[in-house]
Design a protein around this ligand. Structure first.
Ligand SMILES: Cc1cn([C@H]2C[C@H](O)[C@@H](COP(=O)(O)OP(=O)(O)O[C@H]3O[C@H](C)C(=O)[C@H](O)[C@H]3O)O2)c(=O)[nH]c1=O
Length: 181
């Protein structure tokens, strides 16, 4: 497993070992012992999966408040996404800063998103399926969001006219968001 720290403290790109042969490939997409060996001690308790049919579907920016804040381990099964995380830890020196990475079925990269980050992605190809592990259960009462197009964030999304859920069209700006990290 190759680990590449991102410039926002605690966020990492993980690249598993791919065992290719004439049939295709095999990889251990998740191994708790290896995760613990590289310092990722979280115990993931829920797996999520989403399918986005179109290019330009944007889901986010989402997070759960403490005490139900989630660490997320994200990967793409089919297709490709531009995956974005935003540091929303009030005392962080990188508060309000974001990083974007491409995760795809081809690069098989995984993104570890620590608690205290808002997360969102935009699909780059049709029929993109995203899988992700979380270490806290879904908590609708603690589910919050930040507007994808918040000018204070200036996220360089691959489209200026994404396909959004009604909910994702109505999130507050970061300056107005409820935070407790
Ligand atoms: C997150 C979640 C949702 N749901 C239900 C709630 C809704 O009835 C339906 C769709 O939920 P939502 O529109 O929040 O799904 P996404 O827009 O894909 O949001 C997710 O994708 C972004 C990128 C994230 O980072 C979040 O983890 C997650 O919120 O699934 C559940 O039953 N369990 C869950 O864990």
């Amino acid at each position: 497993m190759k680990v590449t720290p991102l410039r926002l403290q605690g966020a990492n790109i993980l690249e598993p070992i791919i065992h290719g042969d004439s049939r295709g490939y095999f990889m251990e997409s998740y191994n708790e012992q290896i995760m613990h060996g590289i310092g990722i001690q979280e115990h993931f308790i829920q797996d999520n999966q989403s399918l986005s049919a179109e290019v330009g579907v944007l889901r986010g920016l989402h997070y759960q408040l403490n005490p139900k804040a989630q660490t997320k381990l994200i990967r793409v099964l089919t297709g490709a996404i531009y995956d974005v995380i935003v540091d929303i830890r009030r005392n962080s020196p990188t508060f309000g800063q974001w990083v974007g990475v491409i995760l795809s079925e081809y690069n098989k990269r995984q993104l570890l998103v620590p608690k205290g980050f808002a997360h969102g992605f935009c699909t780059l190809v049709p029929n993109t399926q995203v899988l992700y592990k979380v270490d806290e259960y879904y908590s609708p009462e603690n589910d919050r969001g930040i507007l994808w197009s918040d000018p204070a964030l200036g996220i360089d999304w691959p489209t200026s006219a994404p396909v959004l859920s009604d909910k994702d069209q109505r999130h507050p700006l970061l300056k107005d968001a409820e935070l407790n990290f």
